[in-house]
Design a protein. Structure first.
Length: 472
């Protein structure tokens, strides 16, 4: 559901009693938690039991399972997830009563009032980079408020109201939400082609990032990861307009560079060089070259805000991950199982590269679930190509999310494009059969990676349980 953003979004304190339709989602749950921590009256509904709901209950948010008109109670404002259907009974009731209806972006904008916004955007890596910036700022003593699109392992939550003046927020481009905010500092990890169901063309998608960067405070700055061609072009255009831009990455032209990378097992280490001056070494407890760049960008924001390198580096070193981002789920029968959120070809390739390093001499077995019919139609072949970095691949059917099924667009489009021998690639719509296929193929020393933005995350524990039974 697409709701218009009011021309003047009220501050959270002026919204009265707020009800969230889709409170269990990553975005809405974060906003609801911050509002509740500020002492505002908050309720919510969801038809799914998600990992974000316990953090809402602990701050007193009244939650309902399922959607019904009476759940609105005496709400004054209703914040609605983009996944809501037009016939959602709570939305219909809010319209009947003439209540203020806000999309997620406006809900977040309401809690940003009065804070200095540090916004993290990009096609990939937003959640991890927002999390890295948050832990770095916390270690530096800034105590920012934050909203993240995943559960931060360091706190066990995806949001908190902090005592400091900064607000670290993930800025989502998928539905244009990031064009509502007014950052002091913006960080762009990369600009690839995605969400063309919303933007129509690659050119329009890229132009949206320029519009986002145009909204940065004239006194503030843009950090761009210039190893990525799209972000490098954005940096060039913004610099030409007089914007203060800090280029980061391994690229020799980067102002802040990562050098002497060592990627070993589940760790990554690199040296930070800022305008030719070596600042020191950063060691991460997460694997993968792409996480190095994410961490470097987060560090750079902290540095340009005046925080000391050593404190920021300690914060980054303490980061143990975000749920569903190369998250270790356990080990059974000598087989390790990881779970990750990657659903775009570039993300898939990056996570498989990291998983390969973690697997060492073992094989890499991947269970992948395509996300969205529209994305699979456009990028299914590229997804399959990226999955070719695995040794055994099981592809599930498309996770529909907010779209209707299309019989011409299934997981078979992805499986057929995987460049592995046919006996190493399986299209398996049935989740139980997919688990059985992985368990049958796995042997001690292997690594199983469940991959995708849908409910594929549920399969990892099932694989572990089956492997444990077989080991007995």
């Amino acid at each position: 559901m697409r709701l218009p953003v009011p021309e003047n979004v009220p501050a959270a304190e002026d919204l009265g009693r707020v009800h969230f339709v889709g409170a269990g989602g990553a975005g809405l749950s974060a906003i609801a938690r911050v509002m509740a921590q500020r002492g505002l009256p908050v309720t919510g509904s969801d038809d799914q039991d998600t990992p974000f709901l316990p953090a809402l209950r602990e701050v007193g948010v009244g939650l309902h399972h399922g959607y019904a008109a009476e759940h609105l109670g005496d709400a004054d404002t209703v914040v609605v997830t983009t996944a809501a259907r037009e016939d959602n009974p709570e939305v219909l009731e809010a319209r009947r009563r003439g209540l203020l209806l806000l999309p997620r972006s406006a809900g977040l904008e309401s809690v940003l009032r009065g804070r200095r916004l540090l916004a993290v955007a990009g096609t990939h890596g937003k959640t991890t980079t927002t999390s890295l910036l948050t832990v770095a700022m916390l270690e530096a003593g800034a105590d920012p408020s934050y909203t993240v699109g995943g559960v931060l392992s360091a706190t066990g939550r995806n949001a908190d109201h902090g005592s400091g003046g900064d607000f670290v927020a993930e800025a989502d481009e998928s539905d244009g939400a990031f064009l509502v905010y007014h950052p002091y500092a913006a960080l762009v990890t990369n600009v690839e082609s995605d969400h063309l169901d919303q933007w129509g063309t690659e050119e329009a998608y890229a132009a949206a990032f320029d519009e986002f960067a145009d909204r940065v405070d004239p006194e503030g700055f843009l950090v761009a990861c210039v190893d990525n061609a799209g972000a490098a072009r954005l940096a060039e255009r913004q610099r030409a307009q007089g914007r203060r831009v800090v280029a980061v990455g391994e690229h020799p032209d980067a102002e802040v560079r990562a050098t002497d990378l060592v990627l070993e097992g589940t760790t990554s280490a690199f040296t930070v060089v800022d305008r030719g001056v070596e600042l020191g070494r950063v060691v991460l407890a997460i694997p993968g070259r792409h996480y190095v760049v994410d961490a470097l960008a987060a560090l750079t924001v902290g540095l340009r805000l005046g925080h000391p390198f050593d404190a920021l580096a300690r914060g980054l070193a303490s980061f143990t991950g975000t749920q569903r981002r190369m998250e270790p789920k356990g080990e059974a029968g000598g087989v390790r199982v990881y779970d990750s959120y990657a659903h775009h070809p570039v993300e898939i390739a990056a996570d498989l590269e990291a998983a390969r390093a973690v697997a060492g001499t073992g094989r890499l077995l991947v269970v992948f679930q395509p996300h969205l019919v529209s994305r699979t139609r456009l990028l299914g072949a590229a997804m399959g190509e990226a999955l070719g970095a695995g040794d055994e691949v099981v592809v599930l059917d498309v996770y529909l999310a907010r779209e209707d099924a299309d019989p011409a667009v299934t997981g078979a489009l992805v499986a057929d494009a995987v460049p592995l021998p046919s006996d190493h690639v399986h299209f398996e719509p049935d989740h139980g059969a997919a688990v059985a296929a992985v368990v049958a193929a796995a042997r001690p020393g292997d690594l199983v990676l469940t991959l995708g933005a849908g409910d594929v995350t549920r399969l990892g524990p099932q694989v572990l349980a089956r492997l444990g039974e077989d080991a007995r």
